[in-house]
Design a protein around this ligand. Structure first.
Ligand SMILES: [Zn+2]
Length: 81
């Protein structure tokens, strides 16, 4: 069974920050990613096929925005705990 590994255009490695060095492939219902530039490797179960691509890009941008928004909130809200 041949597994096709494809480079993800524009993907940036979360470990070494190299662009276009992430490969992705699927095997036995699992989606794998690795980086040819460093040791980065991850595997994600493919269960709900409707969501995966939305989660990667959209949520990553939102998380960055949230972190920027949350920093001043933490400082202004010491009573929270
Ligand atoms: Zn890397």
């Amino acid at each position: 069974m041949a597994v096709q590994k494809r480079f993800i255009a524009g993907a940036i490695c979360p470990r070494c920050a190299a662009m276009d060095r992430i490969r992705a492939w699927e095997q036995n219902g699992v989606r794998y990613r690795d980086c040819v530039n460093c040791d980065f490797f991850e595997q994600l179960p493919i269960e709900n096929d409707a969501q995966p691509e939305l989660e990667t890009r959209v949520n990553r941008d939102r998380e960055e925005q949230r972190q920027q928004d949350f920093q001043p909130v933490r400082i202004l809200d010491p009573k929270g705990r």
